[in-house]
Write a protein that binds this ligand. Structure first.
Ligand SMILES: [Mg+2]
Length: 96
């Protein structure tokens, strides 16, 4: 859940740098998170770097939610989770 304070910070960032710049920053942070995960799997970086990059990526995704209609993203998220729960192996696990 995005707090009121976080929304203020994201609005300020978008006001200062603009939506396009924040979208580019989001792309960069998602790639940094992916790279950190890959490096960790190859024993080339520690878990703390993965944590840091996932935090960066999460912050940028939250900003994108604020820019691109959070309710619609939440709707898609729920539909995807519902679909995931319908996979037999998953639903079987959830019943235990
Ligand atoms: Mg980063």
């Amino acid at each position: 859940m995005i707090t009121a304070r976080e929304r203020q910070i994201f609005k300020a960032a978008t006001d200062v740098w603009g939506i396009k710049s924040q979208m580019i920053a989001c792309i960069e942070e998602l790639n940094e998170a992916a790279a950190a995960l890959a490096r960790h799997l190859n024993d080339k970086t520690e878990l703390d770097k993965v944590h840091e990059e996932l935090a960066d990526a999460e912050i940028m995704i939250d900003q994108m939610k604020c820019i691109f209609y959070e309710a619609k993203i939440q709707n898609w998220r729920q539909r995807k989770l519902d679909r995931l729960c319908q996979i037999p192996a998953i639903s079987q696990k959830l019943r235990k």
